[in-house]
Design a binder for this molecule. Structure first.
Ligand SMILES: *Cc1c(COP(=O)(O)O)cnc(C)c1O
Length: 392
């Protein structure tokens, strides 16, 4: 097997700070403040060009991003960019490219058909017993392949106008809803007080059993995961959190500490990766990622096939490559480390699991299966039992 020395680095937890900010006299206190990180985000072409040589594709992409999905990158996350690597997997996720303006016929503004499943603005009720509650349109940084770029960041034409009071009322009336997923945008950009108001209101609804927050803040802005935030969150258990990590380099020392702090406050953590060409469409990269996640006490939850968002084809990897990666994990490594690969069905069908075929044949008498090494086995189905009443 060929040895890739760059992967050894990606397997280690390390800090990249102060990185590009080394000669700027930033105090440790400022660096560790989430407010400083947010205030000093990279949002303009000139800021970007102070640090990086941009390609023509990137320069045009940055200029055009102002009318679609804004650019914003926290100093913490920016430091993960390797300026000597034009194919840097961090750079591809976060720096706009002109390809974002290319739209193919099967791409959509709302690829998962969310807008048509909103009984009230901001609340997506697609599945029988759970809802997706979009509480904000802002994130700490903007992923270029955002599935909700139509409403996120404030740059595009469409706006997210969540009606909180109507949403709470809907949740109170719909006693079949037992699970509320807070997302956006990123709910952890709210102040502790504002977030607590939402959580305590949800907890006052008796039939809501389970709360989750979807957030990339622990990755983009680990400084936000303060002990005070964790103490507030742990009052609302059972509360789970789904984070979003795509490449092992994103799991820095600071991120590991933030994730451990959440776990220490009893918050079970899952990871949702998006399958991206040139970022994580490689079994060795994916293995390094899922192993590092387990070390941070995060269980890989979903691996998403890229939604058909407008202007994302340059990041699209194939479904068959995704299946190949899952096949390369199953049996070869810890079962806890293996995410479920899913396609969120275009147009609004919800998440559909996509798996390698391990069942080779199946009839009423037997199944023929293969294992991770390709060896085949037979399992007999139970013989039809005589009915004890009729056959008496
Ligand atoms: C992903 C999603 C959920 C949560 O799905 P799980 O499989 O329970 O994680 C709920 N509602 C919507 C609209 C979603 O897209």
């Amino acid at each position: 097997m060929k040895h890739d020395p760059s992967l050894d680095l990606e397997k280690k937890f390390r800090s990249y700070a102060p990185g590009y900010w080394a000669d700027r006299g930033v105090s440790g206190e400022d660096w560790n403040s989430h407010k400083w990180q947010l205030k000093n985000r990279i949002t303009s072409l000139s800021q970007l060009e102070e640090h990086l040589n941009l390609s023509e594709e990137e320069r045009s992409g940055v200029i055009l991003s102002g009318t679609k999905l804004a650019m914003a990158i926290t100093p913490h996350f920016f430091n993960l960019i390797d300026r000597d690597d034009p194919e840097c997997p961090i750079r591809r996720q976060i720096i706009p490219r002109v390809e974002e303006t290319w739209v193919s016929p099967y791409e959509m503004a709302d690829p998962c058909g969310e807008d048509s499943s909103m009984p009230v603005p901001g609340l997506v009720h697609r599945y029988p017993d759970r809802v997706l509650f979009l509480v904000t349109d802002r994130c700490a940084a903007y992923c270029r392949y955002c599935t909700r770029s139509r409403v996120v960041s404030g740059a595009g034409e469409q706006e997210l106008d969540t009606d909180f009071e109507a949403a709470f009322q809907y949740l109170e009336e719909h006693t079949e809803i037992r699970d509320v997923l807070l997302s956006g945008g990123d709910p952890l950009l709210f102040s502790d007080g504002k977030l607590e108001k939402i959580l305590s209101r949800l907890r006052s609804i008796e039939h809501i059993e389970f709360l989750r927050i979807g957030s990339r803040v622990p990755i983009f802005l680990p400084q936000r995961i303060t002990p005070e935030l964790c103490e507030m969150l742990q009052k609302y258990h059972p509360l789970f959190m789904s984070v979003h990590v795509n490449h092992p380099r994103e799991l820095t020392l600071e991120v590991k500490e933030a994730l451990e702090r959440l776990a220490n406050h009893g918050i079970p953590l899952g990871n949702q990766s998006v399958f991206l060409r040139g970022v994580n469409d490689d079994v060795e990269i994916m293995k390094a990622l899922v192993h590092k996640l387990l070390m941070c006490r995060v269980r890989p939850y979903y691996l998403y096939q890229l939604d058909l968002i407008q202007g994302s084809s340059h990041l699209q990897a194939s479904v068959s490559k995704g299946i190949e990666i899952i096949e390369g994990l199953r049996g070869h490594t810890t079962g806890y480390a293996i995410p479920q690969f899913v396609i969120d069905a275009p147009g609004g069908g919800g998440k559909v699991p996509v798996n390698p075929d391990y069942v080779l044949q199946r009839n009423s008498e037997r199944v023929v299966i293969r294992n991770f090494e390709g060896r085949t086995f037979e399992y007999p189905e139970p013989a039809v039992q005589p009915d004890p009443v009729l056959d008496y």
